[in-house]
Write a protein that binds this ligand. Structure first.
Ligand SMILES: Cc1ncc(COP(=O)(O)O)c(C=O)c1O
Length: 409
């Protein structure tokens, strides 16, 4: 007889989050042998020269604890790169903290800078760890919706927020606003005008901007350059810029990330980081330094590849009867599935995975108001063309199945 497990003892502040939707969909994809376009990781490998650098670093005995705030090799490479990108010199030892991916950088920023009861503004849909970070820090999230472009907007129109809604979200308790550009899951690249508005509200309310820029290099539209809010007037002193190696170099498993912030904010990030992970994999930091110093060609190749994958998947989804919201950056396409008449986002994704054998993410879990995500579905295009071609073959059945009513449930 099987022994019953004792009831779950998950702490009440984390119990509502359950298992992440990514783990759940990846499990379901494996169970049904579905092509996994749900989780945002490439099914191709990162550049050889970076992997060789990691092997070399291991052989050269860079195998003990790293400097807790980051190996000099990496923080100096990051500082030089930041100088090229922004024209601003920073002190690599006082303004950069190396973390276990952007995920830890987010947690350390929240835990080290936010007081219980503080309010933090999140745009929704949001990357799921933001809300959990609020719960970890005891912060109260205030949500501002990014709404899809209407039917009359042009084909490359982006999700947008309402200025009045953003203004109303700021209050005397606002400690921070979290910006993610390029944005997961919508592919939105925040414009200069939007960032100027956010910056002016941060200054007016003395709020911090925590900005997640993990897709910073993956922008596909020449007229929508990635802008760092840290570079806007008055913002260097109140911005924590977070990023990581994973998406830029197709090395998501390495979990090398960083937080860049002026010393008074870095102090907060480090106060938490030292007790979360203390230090991050030493040899991978040396390889990351090599990537940052010499990775420009690899990044250009990846951007060209992903731009092609984006176009291919967008055509596939349109042919299958979905309305595609064209992403300007990142790894994902958001689409509206409602014309197919196959339930809400959760039912639709279950049907796709189990019957069509293509897994995608139901975005309602990225909203505080789940109804805003019910007609949407998120697909990852950071996959080999052969993977996307097989997904296209399978998705080909979708349009005709729903037209004949065979798929209706
Ligand atoms: C917006 C966003 N932020 C952070 C992360 C996590 O980054 P890392 O793997 O460096 O922890 C992801 C990963 O999908 C992401 O999409």
């Amino acid at each position: 007889m099987q022994e019953a497990h004792p009831p779950s003892r998950v702490a009440s502040r984390l119990a509502p989050f359950g298992t992440t939707i990514f783990a759940e969909m990846t499990r379901l994809a494996a169970e049904h042998k579905a092509i996994n376009l749900s989780q945002g990781f490439p099914d191709f490998d990162g550049p050889g020269f970076i992997k060789d650098a990691a092997v070399k670093a291991i052989r050269e005995r860079h195998n003990q604890y790293a400097k807790p705030t980051g190996e000099p090799d990496l923080v100096e490479a990051l500082a030089a790169w930041w100088g090229q990108e922004t024209g601003r010199d920073l002190d690599p030892y006082a303004e950069i903290t190396v973390t276990s991916g952007c995920t830890e950088a987010l947690a350390a920023s929240f835990l080290g800078l936010i007081e219980p009861g503080d309010e933090v503004i999140l745009f929704e849909p949001f990357y799921d760890s933001y809300r959990a970070c609020c719960a970890l820090a005891g912060a109260k999230p205030r949500f501002v919706a990014l709404r899809p472009p209407g039917p009359d907007a042009g084909p490359t129109a982006q999700f947008r927020f309402d200025e009045a809604e953003l203004r109303a979200a700021f209050s005397p308790r606002t400690k921070a606003i979290l910006i993610n550009t390029p944005h997961n899951p919508t592919g939105k690249v925040f414009s200069r005008k939007e960032l100027d508005l956010i910056a002016s509200l941060c200054v007016e309310h003395d709020a911090i901007a925590i900005t997640d820029e993990v897709y910073e290099h993956l922008v596909f539209e020449p007229d929508k350059a990635h802008i760092r809010i840290a570079t806007l007037p008055g913002m260097a002193e109140r911005t924590v810029t977070l990023s990581s190696l994973g998406k830029t170099f197709s090395l998501t498993g390495w979990k090398i990330g960083w937080a860049i912030a002026p010393p008074h904010l870095t102090a907060g990030v480090r106060s938490a980081h030292q007790f979360l992970t203390f230090a991050v994999a030493t040899p991978l930091q040396h390889a990351a330094a090599e990537a940052i110093r010499n990775g420009a060609d690899s990044i250009a190749d990846l951007v060209a590849q992903l731009a092609g994958s984006r176009a291919f998947l967008a055509d596939t989804l349109r042919d299958a009867g979905l309305r595609v919201y064209w992403p300007a950056g990142g790894y994902f396409i958001m689409a509206d599935h409602s014309a197919l008449g196959i339930g809400d986002d959760v039912e639709f994704c279950r049907y796709l995975t189990e019957e069509v054998k293509v897994a995608a993410i139901p975005p309602s879990s990225f909203y505080s108001r789940a109804e805003l995500g019910r007609s949407l579905v998120r697909f990852a295009f950071c996959k080999k063309l052969s993977t996307l071609e097989e997904a296209a073959r399978r998705l080909g059945a979708l349009g005709s199945a729903s037209r004949t009513g065979a798929a209706a449930r």
